[in-house]
Design a protein around this ligand. Structure first.
Ligand code: NAP
Length: 322
């Protein structure tokens, strides 16, 4: 009785650790994208399967009894493949997907990375903090109007923005660290995927405190009909409910569900303050004074504002007219 975890996330590692501790036969799979992956406990295989068909064949030959897709919320390709492969192989599939960050009405929502790049292109400020990952940098490669602070785990390999400062780092991050970083670089706009979870949520807290604008890329949709849970204890319960597992892996028991970590930290509304640009840094004074003030106590949009900037706060009676 083997469980396959499609991994690459903290939740996948947590789940693997719990199953290993319960004496379950578990195999974790990583794509092999990062040079120094954080490895889960227990056996690990690394590399693609060769599409949905390759994965279906793998499930059959390895005698996999259940699959948990605990991949990153933006890893839509492997999730689609897992859905197809599990159906073809007749193996139950669970998607373990952490909740997204609670939307702040001040955020500018982008449907995908292209829409985020378009929002940045229209943004009249200068310094942009890009945290969407190295494989999405190509979308910003034609933007020579902005200075990008780009943070990735490994160095980018494809096209990058022409004016880029690269920072190689990996979370978890603290609000203090993120605040200091954004201050140091005079960041006026943060671009992030809605990855959710506590590991990288601190940048949102820092942005809120500094009055930095935020563009959030929405998650790709899950395959229709997918069985989805949000936490590792729920995944353990789902696995425990599989008949064969409850027989051979009695150690898998349902743990109490903790409150979703990081959601409150990311979703809390904090005091909003007008940022002070470091000396000699960043944009024209009107962005920091007039424009930010207009954003905070809405007036009619100033000339030159692109549509949608600044994003309107939902429920605000004083929202600027369109
Ligand atoms: P993706 O676009 O959904 O998948 C592309 C291909 O990579 C898949 O078709 C599959 O190749 C292979 N693959 C992906 N995840 C795999 C896994 N866990 N085990 C074996 N093969 C895997 O994925 P991605 O966005 O490049 O992400 C790759 C991995 O990095 C994921 O496992 C994800 O959990 C992790 N990750 C992604 C992000 C992100 O922002 N996308 C962020 C953090 C971590 P074959 O078709 O050959 O099987």
């Amino acid at each position: 009785m083997r469980i396959l975890i499609l991994g690459g996330t903290g939740e996948a590692r947590e789940l693997a650790a719990a199953l290993v501790a319960a004496g379950t036969d578990v195999l974790s799979s990583l794509a092999g994208r990062v040079r120094n992956p954080r490895l889960p406990e227990g056996p690990v295989r690394i590399g693609g399967f060769g599409g949905a068909e390759g994965l279906a064949a793998f499930l059959a030959t390895e005698g996999i009894a259940a699959v948990v897709d605990a991949t990153h919320p933006f890893a839509a390709g492997i999730t689609a493949n897992a859905t197809q492969a599990a159906a073809a192989a007749g193996v139950p599939l669970l998607v373990l997907r952490r909740p997204g960050w609670d939307a702040d009405p001040a955020w500018h929502a982008a449907a995908d990375i292209g829409a985020a790049a378009a929002a940045v292109r229209d943004w009249p400020g200068e310094r942009v903090f890009l945290t969407t990952g190295r494989r999405d940098l190509a979308a910003f490669a034609a933007d020579d109007a902005h200075d990008f602070l780009v943070r990735t785990v490994d160095p980018p390999e494809g096209p990058v923005p022409p004016r880029m400062t690269l920072l190689l780092d990996r979370g978890p991050y603290t609000a203090e660290g993120e605040t200091a970083l954004m201050r140091e670089h005079g960041v006026g706009l943060l671009v992030t995927k809605n990855s959710g979870g506590p590991m990288t949520a601190a940048k949102l807290t820092a942005a809120r405190e500094l009055g930095v604008q935020v563009v959030v890329v929405a998650r790709p949709p899950l395959p229709p009909g997918a069985a989805v849970v949000a936490t590792v204890p729920e995944a353990l319960r789902w696995l425990a409910a599989r008949a064969d597992l409850s027989r051979t892996d009695a150690g898998i028991t349902a743990a109490p569900t903790p409150p979703p970590a990081g959601r409150r930290a990311a979703g809390r509304r904090g005091r909003r303050s007008v940022p002070r640009p470091p000396d000699g840094a960043n944009p024209a004074p009107e962005w920091w004074s007039g424009r930010v003030n207009a954003f905070r106590s809405p007036l009619a949009p100033l000339p030159g504002w692109p549509p949608g900037w600044p994003p309107r706060r939902a429920g605000s009676a004083a929202a600027p007219p369109r």
